[in-house]
Design a protein around this ligand. Structure first.
Ligand code: OAD
Ligand code: ZN
Length: 247
C-alpha cells in the first residue's frame, strides 16, 4: 500500500474499471466461479437474442428474479470508496461492466455502463427506450409503442455490440489515464478486458484489486488480492489523510 500511495501522488487522471466482484460484498452473485450465475444457468439460454426470440418468458422470468434480488441490496464500502475517489483526482472516470446501478446508488455521478443497465428496458427491434414503470409480466410482455417489437432488458447480451459511444469514451479515458484500477473483474470478457491493457500500453500505472489472480495480474504494477470493500476504503482513507497532511 505504501508504495502505491507514493505513486498515486503524481497521478492526475484516474480511471477505474469494475466488474461483478465489486457488488459481491453487497450480496449480488458474480458470473464466474463456483457460486457464480454462469455456474447455475446457461448464458446461451438466457442472455442472447436467440434465447429471447425462442423463449421470451423464461428470459424475462430470469431478469425479473435478478431485479428482485437487486431491490434488496445496498452499495457496500467499496462502492462508496469509489464515489469518494472522484474528489481525489483532477480527472476521474468510472467504467463498469455491472448493470446493477449500485455505483450510482453510492453517489458516483458519471458512470460509463459498458453492459447497459438491468433496470432499464428497450425495444428488441428498434432499441427505443421503454419508459413505462412497473414490472414486466413474462406472460404478457409489453410491445414497443413505436414499432410493436417486444420489450427486453437494456443490457448487452452475448454476441451483441456495446454502445459505440460508451466504449469509445471508455478507451479514450483509459488511454489518457495516469493510473488505472481494475477492480473485481475476471478480465476475461472483451472489449472491457482490453481497457486495462490499453491503459498500460499508454503508460498508466496498472493496479488490480481482486480476491484472485486474473489474466492481467502479471502485467499489473500492483496487485492486491483483497476484497474491494476492504481494500478501497482503506486506500481512500490513506489518500485523504495524506491530503490533509500536505495542506
Ligand atoms: P466475473 O464473475 O467474471 O468475475 C468476478 C471477479 O470478481 C472474479 O475475478 C472474482 O475473483 C472477483 N471477486 C469476487 N469477489 C470479490 C471481492 N469481494 N472483491 C474483489 N474481487 C472480487 O464478473 P465480470 O468480470 O464482471 O457480461 O464479468 C464480465 C462480464 O461477464 C459481465 O459483465 C457479464 C458476464 O457475462 C454481460 O452480461 C454482457
Ligand atoms: Zn421498437
Amino acid at each position: 500500500m505504501e508504495d502505491l500511495l507514493k505513486r498515486i501522488k503524481s497521478c492526475k487522471r484516474c480511471v477505474v474499471l469494475t466488474g461483478a466482484g465489486v457488488s459481491a460484498e453487497s450480496g449480488v452473485p458474480t458470473f464466474r466461479g463456483k457460486e457464480g450465475l454462469w455456474g447455475k444457468f446457461r448464458p446461451e439460454e438466457l442472455a442472447t437474442m436467440d434465447a429471447f426470440m425462442a423463449n421470451s418468458s423464461i428470459v424475462w422470468e430470469w431478469y425479473n428474479w435478478r431485479r428482485e434480488l437487486l431491490g434488496k441490496v445496498q452499495p457496500n464500502p467499496g462502492h462508496f470508496a469509489m464515489s469518494e475517489m472522484e474528489q481525489l483526482f483532477d480527472s476521474f472516470c468510472l467504467i463498469t461492466q455491472n448493470v446493477d446501478s449500485l455505483h450510482q446508488a453510492a453517489g458516483s455521478k458519471e458512470v460509463l455502463e459498458l453492459h447497459g443497465n438491468i433496470l432499464r428496458n428497450k425495444c428488441a427491434d428498434c432499441s427505443s427506450p421503454f419508459l413505462d414503470e412497473g414490472d414486466i409480466d413474462p406472460d404478457a410482455i409489453p410491445k414497443c409503442k413505436k414499432c410493436g417489437g417486444k420489450i427486453r432488458p437494456d443490457v448487452v447480451w452475448f454476441g451483441e455490440l456495446l454502445n459505440e459511444q460508451v466504449i469509445n469514451s471508455a478507451f479514450e479515458e483509459s488511454e489518457q489515464a495516469d493510473i488505472f484500477f481494475s477492480v473485481g473483474t475476471s478480465a476475461l470478457v472483451h472489449p472491457a478486458a482490453s481497457l486495462p491493457v490499453a491503459a498500460k500500453r499508454h503508460g498508466a500505472i496498472l493496479v488490480e484489486i481482486n480476491v484472485e489472480p486474473t489474466p492481467i495480474s502479471e502485467m499489473a504494477d500492483f496487485c492486491f488480492n483483497l476484497p474491494s470493500g476492504q481494500f478501497l476504503p482503506d486506500m481512500v482513507a490513506n489518500l485523504k489523510s495524506e491530503r490533509v497532511a500536505d495542506q
